[in-house]
Design a protein around this ligand. Structure first.
Ligand code: ZN
Length: 205
């Protein structure tokens, strides 16, 4: 479900990486609005863990609805604002060093540990525009989403989608979706978008 442009750029990127001893593998690619909605609602209902900024579980009973929504937003995008819905964004690991049957965690600890060499190399490729059009978007200090060095965006296509993003369409879609915490979301939509979608409009570092 990735865009063909994203896929062929990823193939080129893999070829380039292979020459340096790396084997990029897509851990998570396309994710639909409905899938993101399911994750959101399960977190709101307490069927999935809610984590704080350090990745520690938060006691759900200690949160009111507004605090609950903000806590979910730390690690999960509001449905309709996840870049994984675009077909341009992927989460990658380096399969060359992953042990057989390894389940990727996609954490900072893992990125600087097991996949440390890959991420260092990847950063250099992006900085010198040698990453076949892929860029990082969730960087420390940008937006409210936690830094995600493993999350790559195919910039030529993603930027087209960023320009078309429309908050009113999103509001309508959410109202008709059965999403939990809807009143809190609508009261804070501007704030939510500033933290995630609007940061997309910043020039890619
Ligand atoms: Zn991602």
């Amino acid at each position: 479900m990735l865009l063909p442009e994203t896929l062929s750029a990823f193939e080129n990127f893999c070829e380039h990486a292979k020459k340096h001893g790396f084997e990029p593998k897509i851990e998570s690619g396309y994710r639909s609005f409905d899938r993101q909605l399911l994750i959101w609602n399960e977190k709101a209902q307490g069927k999935r863990k809610i984590l704080d900024e350090q990745g520690k579980e938060i006691n759900r009973a200690s949160l009111n609805d507004l605090a609950l929504m903000k806590a979910i937003l730390l690690w999960s995008a509001l449905p309709g604002t996840s870049r994984h819905e675009w077909g341009t964004d992927i989460d990658v690991i380096d399969a060359a060093v992953a042990p057989a049957g390894y389940e990727a965690e996609l954490t900072l600890e893992e990125s600087f540990g097991l996949f440390g060499n890959f991420h260092k190399w990847l950063g250099q490729q992006i900085a010198s525009e040698n990453a076949c059009g892929f860029k990082r978007v969730f960087l420390p200090g940008i937006g409210r989403v936690q830094p995600e060095p493993w999350h790559l965006s195919y910039a030529p296509e993603a930027q087209k989608i960023e320009r078309k993003f429309n908050a009113e369409n999103l509001e309508e879609r959410l109202k008709n979706s059965g999403i939990l915490l809807l009143p809190q979301i609508l009261d804070n939509l501007e704030w939510i978008l500033e933290g995630c979608v609007k940061c997309y409009f910043l020039p890619y570092p």
